[in-house]
Design a protein around this ligand. Structure first.
Ligand SMILES: CC(C)(COP(=O)(O)OP(=O)(O)OC[C@H]1O[C@@H](n2cnc3c(N)ncnc32)[C@H](O)[C@@H]1OP(=O)(O)O)[C@@H](O)C(=O)NCCC(=O)NCCS
Length: 393
């Protein structure tokens, strides 16, 4: 295959949809022994549709689609340059190259084309996330394309089982109005968190966002709101909040056959029999053999000494809500900064979780100076909270 015969162009639904879906079906992400697949349910562009600006490129060779890539653009908080705490960022996702055409330069060609689209739209930084063990992807971005390893967040996954969690009786959980959630997010994460989106109102108002909930000690006051902006008049000493995004409405995940058998084996031998000998396996371990949806918990934030318990109660509340939803939602997923203590309070199964997701970043403007800043910054692990935008999951 000669690269000069490769055509890279924008995705056109009418002519590309079926071929792109077919490519997606054939491309597992991650190592062969625990690869997963994305089922876009007839809309290959579904993962980026909710972002303020998006683009999907296809690589065509003869009559065949041999690669795809997606990108989004938005403004977020980012603390690389001390004189500027926000930047326009371009997120790269959904890069897939057809297995027989790999290692021919198609992946890098697609990324370079997407970078050109970012540059044309005045993007300051391009970034991407990948599994740390996905060697082709890590090499492609860091060794070939000059991306810098930026941060290693933790992805936490909890399966949904039929037995509801008991919620602590001393904790009150209530749903916030969108204006209240927006106010609190801007106040508590708006300047301190990394990657907090400037259009948080649009995220919260999106139909996939099921709502925002707060937890605080029963008997303490939260209910009074001071004004139109949603400012609570009184905030308890300890409280926590989170929002829920119904990712299963847009796409489903499918786990490779090898992975399923590996999970099942692990479950039976290590967990179910040891920890839950009294349950039948199906009650504890959800069925991952068919495509399944998930809820993504975003904007998890806490304040005060007892807030760890509040986070835990909120997660259990979301689990119970998902188990009643009946919509094919089989896991709850969230992602927190690698150094964030929050992860100790979020119920998750180690076997299903990913302790180190890898985010890589590349400056597209004033490159030399920004690269030096990034290298300096990544020497010390960040303690800042990370806002993982549910539109990019
Ligand atoms: C990752 C992927 C897109 C790479 O596509 P590709 O067309 O093979 O990439 P390229 O040919 O442009 O390779 C460029 C560089 O990537 C790295 N690379 C590619 N395949 C590799 C492999 N199997 N092992 C190690 N490094 C690899 C090398 O650094 C390579 O540079 P080189 O050719 O000078 O050695 C492709 O393997 C793929 O579709 N994987 C499954 C989906 C996935 O994991 N996507 C990434 C999610 S972010």
């Amino acid at each position: 295959m000669k690269l000069k015969n490769l055509i890279v162009r924008c995705y056109t639904e009418e002519i590309d949809k079926a071929r792109v879906e077919d490519l997606e079906r054939r491309c597992g992400v991650g190592p062969a022994d625990h690869a997963f697949f994305t089922d876009t349910m007839g809309d290959p562009i579904c993962r980026i549709r909710n972002s303020p600006m998006y683009n999907m490129l296809v690589a065509e060779f003869g009559n065949e689609i041999v690669g795809v890539i997606q990108g989004t653009i938005k403004v977020v908080t980012i603390h690389i340059n001390p004189s500027k705490d926000s930047a326009k960022v371009g997120y790269i996702l959904g890069l897939r190259v057809s297995p027989p055409h790999r290692h021919n330069g198609i992946g890098s060609t697609l990324v370079r084309h997407l970078e050109q689209w970012f540059v044309a739209n005045h993007v300051d930084f391009a970034y991407m996330a990948t599994e740390k063990d996905n060697q082709p992807s890590v090499h492609l971005f860091t060794e070939k394309l000059g991306f810098i390893k930026f941060t290693t967040p933790t992805i936490l996954v909890h399966p949904i089982h039929k037995i509801p969690f008991q919620l602590p009786s001393w904790i009150e959980i209530s749903k916030l109005k969108i204006e209240q959630a927006e106010f609190l997010y801007k106040k508590f994460m708006g300047s301190s968190a990394e990657f907090f989106p400037s259009d948080i109102d649009k995220v919260l108002r999106n139909k996939l966002s099921l709502g925002t909930w707060v937890a605080y000690p029963k008997g303490e006051s939260w209910g009074e709101y001071g004004g139109g902006e949603g400012a609570p008049a009184v905030v308890p000493e300890s409280w926590a909040m989170l929002s829920v995004w119904n990712s299963g409405e847009v796409f489903k995940l499918r786990i490779g056959k090898q992975t399923v058998s590996c999970f099942v084996h692990e479950m039976y031998t290590r967990l179910v029999e040891r920890l839950f000998p009294w349950f039948k396996s199906g009650e504890v371990f959800p069925d991952f053999s068919d495509p399944f949806g998930f809820y993504f918990m975003y904007g998890v934030h806490r304040e005060g000494p007892r807030s760890g318990n509040m986070v835990q109660a909120l997660c259990k509340f979301v689990h119970n809500m998902a188990s009643k939803s009946g919509g094919g939602c089989r896991v709850i997923v969230t992602e927190v900064g690698g150094g964030d203590e929050l992860r100790h309070h979020i119920p998750h199964w180690k076997l299903l979780s990913c302790p180190e997701d890898l985010w890589c970043i590349k400056p597209l403007k004033d490159e030399e100076r920004e690269i030096a800043r990034l290298h300096e910054m990544t020497k010390i692990p960040s303690t800042r909270a990370l806002f993982v935008d549910p539109r990019e999951v």
